[in-house]
Design a protein around this ligand. Structure first.
Ligand code: BGC
Length: 802
């Protein structure tokens, strides 16, 4: 096939035809491949696509978000959800599902935490692999994203993640490695950001040396939407098909580069072959019947039930006794918060609120009160009404959480706090002496410093379209909660390891905390948290006994010591005290979700695997095992180790590298630039010249443009974002544009704008309006002419070469 394609045809395959399709080569039967978001549910847009969800999409089952399902620690469940996503995609003739997202939650403030699984790579990787297997079992490709080290929304398309190689491998890539090796995805999405100075999509180290050569990935890389930069560099590095629609300008650049000897034809052949292979893989899909949306709705509910985390249950107030008189309070009980905003947003097939669902349960609903305004404004009347209602009831079940604006693609949170007006409500209820059960709807951890005001906290995360029913099943005891946090819940933002460097507002984002992400930090530095990674209560209690360790794994007995059937998540951690290396005190290396009847015991086996003992030796450029007496820990959370054993391992004896004492203690606040540079192995890069804007600066930098009208444009954009915040609904397109670099104007205009025209635009904003305008106008006509000619070449399928 590759031999039959002309150079221009190969180049044309390396860019999308429109927002959601690759190009076809009709004469050779290479069919176009279609994409749709995403991991929470399918978002196939109807009509013209706009990629950020403003245009309506086909109804699809809205599952709990990945952050929610991660709390289930249930790989089979994740695979079932993946399969349902694949089936819905196949039914709508979508070839590639853009997900799952598995970036590491470096900070709980990250705007897309709700879309990602965990702060831990092992858990993320196992769940992502399960989603991928599920999706692809339907003949639809999965596209795990965003590869890699894509941790913040601020400047998300123009941010350079600076981190040491070992942290890169062990923390930020291991999840992808597991996903690729165990899920075998047919595609993978490169991220917007740069990694150590090179765009992820042009990063040969990531895309060729690691992804393909080391992990054996045999599929197609696709850029994130608008994430293309230098198409020739990308083709050379093993980068992705440029989406959404870079126009034929990109194709011409590739052809020219081949002609000029700047791009090896073998690289272009490889990239084109990957597109053709994907097209063949998805074409082999068998026709599927119509989707059974009822079954998928039930699955969505079950997934939510398995993922709800009970954080507090004072005096066993939960489950509620039958006929308890309930005051149902909170705007989120009436209008559910069940998914995040952005490209993952689903048009659900149905949606149930807590108010609608409560009728099916054996409680006495005394009344419903809104309690607070969603737009965060104080309202004493709503509070008084709620308190009065609660006063006539046995308990108040209060739905609180993050509003829509707090959890959206394109925007990081600035605080872990819930809105003040919700706190006013909780304080007023507590002052009245009301028994309060809080149900939190949020796709991430929130500050729960208000915990003394309530008797129970049910963290429902973002439970998808039937999440409200799942909450009632837990609250009334029909379901015994078994969700466990897939992230740590810190006592304060100041305690989080990436603070105060997150999010980075300049070009470089320094990962100064190294490997100490989440519990790896809290456990090593002995920083107390409110709820540790892996924590969650249930209506059962479990005892751990008889830990036995052999070379291949551990066996442990778990006993349900309660009167009710329930499930626990048994977690395996390992650590090497006295290690010569900078190393977290313990790291998750295995887990098993175990269901046991009341009083029953079971023997649980967790095997070690390739990831259990390894560390990345940067100087040898390979994985090694450090010799020593390892600790093997089994527990119910990262902070609740129940049994420990030791295992002597042979391996290497690394030298103790000097200058890393702060890292050894995980004393992150003491880390100086010099110590970070020692970890990095090189000096930190300097910030680029701020005075002159470049094509890969984000539009947010128009604030410092020389040309006054450009600064006015910035004021208008920033004003729109502020207004949207006041309205309480994020304007996704404005957020996207604000963080988008100039070059993306070309990459997303479907051929209307060429890179030469973008250079002109940048010239204008840098204070050369006439010169810039001349380039834009000349570029416009040249681009139009060249596009016409290129298209003719393609249509006539003649050999390219202008
Ligand atoms: C997001 C991706 C998404 C893509 C297509 C991008 O802005 O980062 O996660 O798949 O848009 O909608």
């Amino acid at each position: 096939m590759i031999k039959k394609l002309t150079t221009l045809e190969k180049a044309s395959l390396f860019g999308g035809r429109d927002v959601w399709h690759t190009r076809a080569v009709a004469r050779l039967g290479v069919e176009s491949v279609s994409f749709a978001d995403g991991p929470t549910g399918l978002r196939k847009q109807v009509g013209s696509g706009d990629h950020l969800g403003l245009n309506a999409s086909e109804p699809a089952t809205c599952f709990p978000t990945s952050a929610t399902i991660a709390n289930s620690w249930d790989v089979e469940l994740a695979e079932e959800v993946g399969q349902a996503l694949g089936a819905e995609a196949a039914a709508l003739d979508v070839d590639v599902v853009l997900g799952p997202g598995l970036n590491i939650k470096r900070s709980p403030l990250a705007g897309r935490c709700f879309e990602y699984f965990s702060e831990d790579p092992f858990l993320s990787g196992k769940l992502a692999a399960a989603y991928i297997r599920g999706i692809q079992s339907c003949g639809v490709a999965a596209s795990p994203k965003h590869f890699a080290v894509n941790s913040q929304e601020l400047r998300r398309m123009a941010s350079n993640s600076v981190l040491d190689e070992r942290t890169l491998r062990e923390i930020y890539l291991t999840g992808f490695e597991i996903a690729v090796r165990e899920g075998e995805p047919w595609t993978i999405m490169s991220s917007y950001n740069l990694v150590n100075g090179v765009y992820a999509n042009e990063n040969k180290h990531l895309l060729t040396e690691i992804l393909r050569d080391e992990w054996g990935f045999d599929g197609m890389v696709v850029t994130d939407w608008g994430g293309g930069n230098d198409v020739v560099a990308a083709a050379r590095a093993g980068g992705g098909v440029e989406m959404p629609a870079p126009g034929l300008d990109s194709a011409r650049q590739l052809v020219d580069a081949v002609a000029a000897g700047r791009l090896d034809i073998a690289d272009l052949d490889a990239r084109a072959a990957e597109v053709v292979k994907l097209s063949e893989r998805v074409a082999a899909r068998r026709a599927t019947g119509p989707v059974d949306f009822d079954t998928h709705d039930q699955l969505a509910q079950r997934a939510a039930e398995q993922s709800i985390v009970l954080l507090k249950n004072q005096d066993a107030i939960l489950p509620l006794a039958p006929q308890t008189r309930v005051a149902l309070i909170g705007d989120m009980a009436i209008t559910p918060r069940y998914q995040g905003a952005g490209s993952s947003m689903v048009n659900p097939t149905r949606l149930v609120s807590a108010v609608e669902a409560i009728g099916q349960f054996d409680v006495d609903l005394v009344g419903v009160a809104q309690g607070y305004r969603r737009d965060r404004r104080p309202d004493a009347g709503l509070v008084a009404e709620a308190v009065e209602l609660a006063g006539r009831s046995d308990v108040a079940v209060v739905f609180i959480g993050l509003d829509e604006f707090s959890e959206t693609e394109g925007l990081d949170r600035s605080t872990l706090d819930l809105p003040d007006n919700q706190m006013t409500l909780l304080r007023a209820l507590a002052a009245r002496g009301v028994q309060v059960i809080t149900v939190v709807s949020a796709g991430a951890v929130v500050d729960t410093g208000w915990e003394p005001l309530t008797q129970a906290i049910v963290h429902a995360y973002l439970g998808g379209q039937s999440g409200a029913r799942a909450v009632w099943r837990v609250v009334t005891g029909q379901v015994n909660p078994s969700g466990r946090l897939a992230e740590s819940d810190p006592l304060a933002l100041d305690d989080t390891p990436a603070h105060p460097h997150f999010p980075a507002s300049g070009h470089h984002s320094y990962y100064r905390e190294g490997p100490f992400v989440g519990y790896r930090y809290y456990q090593t530095a002995n920083v107390p948290v409110r709820y540790p990674f892996g924590f969650g209560l249930g209506y059962s209690t479990f005892e751990y006994s008889d830990l036995a360790v052999d070379q291949n794994g551990v066996d442990v007995t778990i006993t349900n010591t309660s009167q009710v059937a329930g499930a626990d998540v048994v977690q395996l951690y390992v650590g090497l005290p006295g290690s010569a290396l900078v190393r977290p005190a313990r790291e998750l290396k295995g887990f098993a979700k175990v269901a046991l009847d009341a009083g029953a015991s079971g023997r649980v086996r967790i095997d070690f695997d390739d990831y259990t003992w390894r560390h990345f030796d940067v100087s040898a450029d390979q994985w090694q095992v450090e010799a020593g007496q390892w600790q093997v820990m089994v527990g119910a959370s990262s902070a609740d180790i129940r049994l420990t054993a030791t295992l002597d391992l042979d391996g290497v004896t690394p030298a103790r590298q000097p200058g890393l004492d702060g890292y050894r203690r995980a004393d992150l606040r003491s880390i100086t630039v010099a110590e970070f540079e020692t970890l990095l192995g090189h000096p930190i890069p300097a910030e680029p010249n701020a005075a002159v804007l470049a094509i890969d600066d984000p539009l947010s930098s128009l604030a410092r443009a020389k040309w006054p009208p450009a600064r006015l444009i910035h004021r208008i954009l920033a004003g729109n974002i502020k207004r949207a915040e006041r309205r309480g609904t994020p304007d996704l397109n404005v957020l996207f544009v604000y963080n988008m670099p100039f070059r993306a104007i070309a990459k997303m205009s479907n051929g209307m704008v060429s890179m030469a025209m973008v250079e002109g635009i940048v010239d204008v904003v840098n204070g050369h309006p006439l010169r810039g305008l001349r380039s834009i106008v000349a570029g416009f006509f040249a681009n139009r002419r060249d596009n016409r000619r290129t298209q003719e070449f393609l249509d006539n399928s003649r050999e390219a070469g202008r």
